[in-house]
Design a protein around this ligand. Structure first.
Ligand SMILES: NC(=O)c1ccc[n+]([C@@H]2O[C@H](COP(=O)([O-])OP(=O)(O)OC[C@H]3O[C@@H](n4cnc5c(N)ncnc54)[C@H](OP(=O)(O)O)[C@@H]3O)[C@@H](O)[C@H]2O)c1
Length: 326
């Protein structure tokens, strides 16, 4: 199950003594990132909203006053902005509140980061691209197909406007240590693997690159460390898992990893099924060479290993734990 909750902590390592404010620290990426940054020696100021524990800092990022108070009180040297409404269908349905968080709150945070001289890292998405002409380099023109992608693109513009020396890190579909399997679009496939009482027809058209938040967290920590040595580090970067998979292939791979039957999982190739109101790119594969060229990337763990690690707590007898950790 997920590890201990994020809290302020200082240790030895590349980030020794430097204060990093993490938004979205209660979320999938933020939890992993706080653990990574703490173990790398950063002083982590972890903030959440509805799930913030008493040991964390609660802040509604859509309140300008609360954002100002948070940043001016803690005076971070680095801000990593993970918080967002990242479910495309929810953004489409609740557009005002989602845009308020993804765009307006991002602009407020960026203004405050600029005022206190903090280095800002903004987490963005491959959904800024339309998926028609992959792979996408960092300088390729975004053309989002849905409101979520447009809101994240607007967020990118806001951080670049207020903090021109920021880093924007675009990542694709994420998974990792989830609190509930539904928390990630990858781990939510677990129910299709477990439930052999029916046939599961899964999309075999849209190409995805499932990416472990633990790998993303190491990349973010690398970026923050390098920036301490090289203040000129800024710009747009891409990071992605390397294995291209449809949801059908992910589900089959999960079944194989856990040595479970998968004959009840069948591919759907025509037409691509729509799971909700938001359109999704066919293949928004990211070219990640810029990060690799400057030595800040990490080798992603193989999907089968990482997914075992993520899902073993949800097996009935947790029998995979030994296999995964030894
Ligand atoms: N998940 C993916 O597949 C994926 C793919 C590509 C890019 N990304 C990007 O990666 C980043 C992290 O995504 P994630 O999957 O970790 O998201 P997540 O698990 O859905 O977490 C969202 C976070 O936003 C916080 N939040 C929501 N409303 C807030 C508010 N009004 N004020 C302050 N905080 C608020 C939540 O806090 P509470 O829960 O405490 O309310 C939570 O910590 C996002 O920027 C997302 O766009 C994600």
């Amino acid at each position: 199950m997920p590890g201990p909750e994020p809290q302020d902590c200082e240790g030895a390592g590349p980030g020794s003594g430097v204060r990093v404010l993490v938004t979205g620290a209660t979320g999938l990426l933020g939890r992993s990132l706080c653990r990574q940054l703490r173990s790398d020696g950063w002083i982590v100021i972890a903030t959440g909203f509805s799930r913030a524990s008493p040991r964390m800092h609660q802040c509604d990022l859509t309140s300008e006053e609360q954002v100002q108070r948070l940043v001016r009180t803690h005076k971070p040297e680095v801000v990593v902005h993970c918080a967002a409404e990242r479910r495309p269908d929810v953004v489409e349905r609740a557009s005002d509140s989602a845009l308020n968080l993804n765009v307006h709150a991002t602009a407020t945070l960026a203004k405050e980061a600029a005022t206190c001289g903090a280095f800002l890292v903004y987490i963005s998405t491959d959904y800024v691209f339309d998926g028609r002409n992959p792979p996408y380099g960092e300088d390729d023109s975004p053309n989002p197909l849905n409101l979520y992608g447009r809101s994240k693109r607007e967020g990118e513009r806001e951080v670049q406007r207020h903090c021109p020396d920021c880093v924007i890190l675009r990542v694709p579909i994420l998974f990792g240590e989830v609190q509930r399997v539904e928390e990630s679009a990858v781990t939510s496939l677990w129910s299709s693997v477990l439930d052999q009482s029916q046939t599961w027809s899964l999309d075999h058209v849209q190409q995805r690159f499932p990416t472990d938040v633990r790998d993303v967290s190491r990349v973010i920590s690398n970026i923050c460390s390098r920036r301490q040595q090289d203040p000129s580090l800024c710009g747009v970067f891409h990071f992605s898992g390397k294995e291209q998979m449809t949801k059908y292939e992910m589900s089959k791979s999960i079944a194989e990893a856990f040595e479970l039957p998968s004959n009840h999982i069948v591919p759907v190739t025509d037409p691509a099924p729509s799971s909700g109101p938001a359109s999704r790119p066919l293949n928004s594969r990211l070219n990640c060479s810029r990060l690799e060229l400057i030595g800040l990337s990490v080798e992603p763990r193989p999907f089968r290993v990482a997914i075992l690690d993520s899902l073993w707590p949800f097996t009935p007898d947790k029998k995979w734990r030994q296999t995964v950790f030894h």
